[in-house]
Design a protein around this ligand. Structure first.
Ligand code: H2B
Length: 96
């Protein structure tokens, strides 16, 4: 998938497509909560494999049972369709 920057209308529509995510200064961001560290880390492991497959990597933080993920496309300096795709795959993992 070739990434392209989302702008104006596309950026407004984006948030409706990826529930839970917010646009915060040129990235999209969501916080995920778990019962404990092992569950949080298992979630991160699944995401790592998806990100590697897309060659697109998150900025993220884990504190015990909480994971905060920020996605942007560094090479293009903003939010792209690729960030949207990965956010949507992450939501699916979280819900299942
Ligand atoms: N991840 C993210 N989030 N944005 C990028 O622009 C990016 C990446 N670029 N992972 C990739 C790696 C690039 O640096 C390598 C050289 O393909």
């Amino acid at each position: 998938m070739k990434p392209y920057l989302l702008q104006n209308e596309e950026l407004k529509e984006l948030i409706a497509k990826i529930p839970g995510w917010e646009i915060i200064s040129n990235s999209i961001e969501r916080e995920f909560k778990f019962d404990n560290f092992v569950e949080a880390f298992a979630f991160m492991t699944k995401i790592a494999l998806i990100c590697e497959k897309h060659n697109h990597h998150p900025n993220w933080e884990n504190v015990y049972s909480k994971v905060v993920i920020k996605l942007s496309t560094h090479d293009l300096g903003g939010i792209t369709n690729l960030d949207q795709t990965i956010a949507s795959e992450i939501n699916e993992i979280y819900e299942n």
